[in-house]
Design a protein around this ligand. Structure first.
Ligand SMILES: Cc1ncc(COP(=O)(O)O)c(C=O)c1O
Length: 468
């Protein structure tokens, strides 16, 4: 009987895959020798593999190019990275190497824009799409950008009142977007998203508040973002088509309108069984927009996307050691990790997110069903099911003293986790943020690794807590 972990994977998935292979019984992630990094840096460990970011961006751009060719689409495509997914300078600067634009969510994002400009990572032609329900510090900063010559900063109005702030403070002609409030999926607690303006109010708002002021501000963009992402289902196509139809209606009376922004929401691989036809979805999006524009005899809009998870998610991994096994009854086996799920991968706890989980070693060993436990005192600090199956299987631990511990990797964890857990702040039970290693290519194309941040220290926490 075949009972090794390797057999389990071979029987369940097509394996090896482009980004995951096993060499000499150790897992390779994007051809990186993860075990060598563990030997060098120890665990728990956060690992950013920077080259993945450019690969993702260029893949999406190519697919849009191919869809535009296929459908003889007459607009342009603009790839934006939404900073909220990971604001780190090394991430944003890496993304910017690939000729992209940016999307912001809050006032302090604009300080990042200013810093990037100071560092000559961007110029004043870049599109900065400013989303969010904005308070004064945000609208003021947006106005300052516009007044200092960032001509493609586009505040996307979340509500009717927001325009007043720019009318008062922007001294130069500027572009505007409007976010269309999407209807939520039937299983969501609300009918309509709290974000954006009601679709049925937008035409009237345009006529009352924007039309006739074209020398001061012009409506350029309609924006939509669907919480559940870009999926091939009736809900997605129906919401997308609502915005496309609104674009066509508005375009007839607002000739300046020239862009549709479909937000983020491209999925990423959370399981070795992940199957998603990105090219098909892009083809369909482009086709839907084109067909509606032709039917209405209006110009095809430029298409903007704001991919966050897609850009940065697959560039990161969290690696833990299993530090002990506990059997609490006849059936439940716990593998305790040297960190916490709540504090390092908060989406696993907050919204039941699954990440791609694989052992780094012991692939030839027998496996068993386990639950992974974090070391906070919280009974919800656990991980017990995968994307493709409601269970977790991992190799058995070696009973011999001094044997190599089991290392477990959670992959594609690069979006939102540090932001939500509050990088460097106080953590549940004071479990420290793990050390963070970056792997990138040097000038000669050679992969090099370096420490971005050491494991969070007791002093740093005690300082925040007022003990020092
Ligand atoms: C307006 C907007 N654009 C883009 C994104 C990025 O979404 P994702 O990370 O799913 O690509 C979000 C995420 O919340 C968003 O609210």
């Amino acid at each position: 009987m075949n009972t090794s972990y390797n057999d389990l994977v071979q029987q369940t998935f097509n394996f090896p895959q482009e980004d995951f292979k096993v060499k000499d019984n150790y897992l390779q992630y994007n051809d990186l020798d993860v075990k060598a990094l563990i030997d060098k840096y120890g665990t728990p460990l956060k690992l950013t593999y920077l080259p993945k970011i450019g690969m993702q961006i260029n893949k999406a751009k190519k697919m849009f190019e191919s869809a535009f060719k296929k459908h003889r689409y007459e607009g342009k495509y603009n790839y934006c990275y939404c900073t909220k997914s990971s604001h780190f300078s090394f991430i944003v600067e890496e993304a910017l190497k690939h000729n992209i634009h940016l999307e912001t969510s809050y006032a302090y994002d604009i300080d990042i824009i200013n810093k990037l400009y100071e560092k000559r990572k961007i110029n004043k032609d870049i599109f900065v799409i400013c989303n969010g329900y904005k308070q004064k510090p945000y609208t003021q900063r947006i106005a300052r950008l516009l007044n200092t010559g960032f001509k493609n900063v586009i505040p996307v109005l979340d509500n009717k009142e927001e325009l007043k702030a720019y009318k008062k403070s922007v001294k130069t002609p500027f572009k505007l977007g409007i976010r269309v409030a999407a209807e939520e999926e039937p299983n969501f607690p609300f009918y309509t998203s709290r974000l954006g303006m009601r679709a049925k109010d937008i035409l009237e708002f345009y006529v009352d508040e924007i039309e006739g002021y074209e020398d001061k501000f012009q409506l350029k963009m309609l924006h939509i973002f669907l919480n559940k992402g870009i999926k091939d289902d009736v809900y997605y196509w129906s919401e997308l088509n609502k915005v496309i139809n609104l674009y066509c209606q508005l375009k007839k009376i607002c000739p300046e309108l020239d862009s549709i922004n479909i937000g983020g929401g491209f999925p990423i691989k959370h399981s070795l069984g992940f199957e998603y036809d990105y090219q098909f979805m892009i083809n369909e999006i482009v086709r839907n927009i084109k067909v509606a524009c032709k039917r209405n005899n209006v110009q095809m809009p430029d298409i903007f996307t704001e991919f966050g998870s897609y850009t940065v998610g697959e560039s990161m991994a969290h690696i833990y050691s299993v530090i002990g096994e506990k059997m609490q009854n006849d059936r439940e086996i716990w593998y305790m990790i040297d960190s916490s799920f709540i504090t390092t991968l908060p989406d696993t706890w907050g919204i039941g997110e699954k990440f791609l989980m694989l052992p780094i070693n012991k692939w030839k060993d027998d496996y068993q069903r386990v639950t992974l436990g974090g070391i906070t005192c919280d009974s919800h600090d656990y991980y017990d099911s995968e994307e493709h199956i409601n269970e977790v299987f991992l190799p058995k631990l070696s009973p011999e003293k001094g044997a190599e511990p089991l290392y477990v990797g959670f992959f594609h964890t690069g979006a939102y986790q540090d932001q939500i857990s509050g990088y460097g702040g106080i953590k549940h039970c004071l479990i420290p943020s793990p050390k963070h290693i970056i792997v990138e290519r040097d000038k000669n194309g050679k992969l090099v690794d370096w420490v971005y941040a050491k494991e969070q220290s007791a002093q740093s926490m005690l300082k925040i807590l007022g003990y020092m």
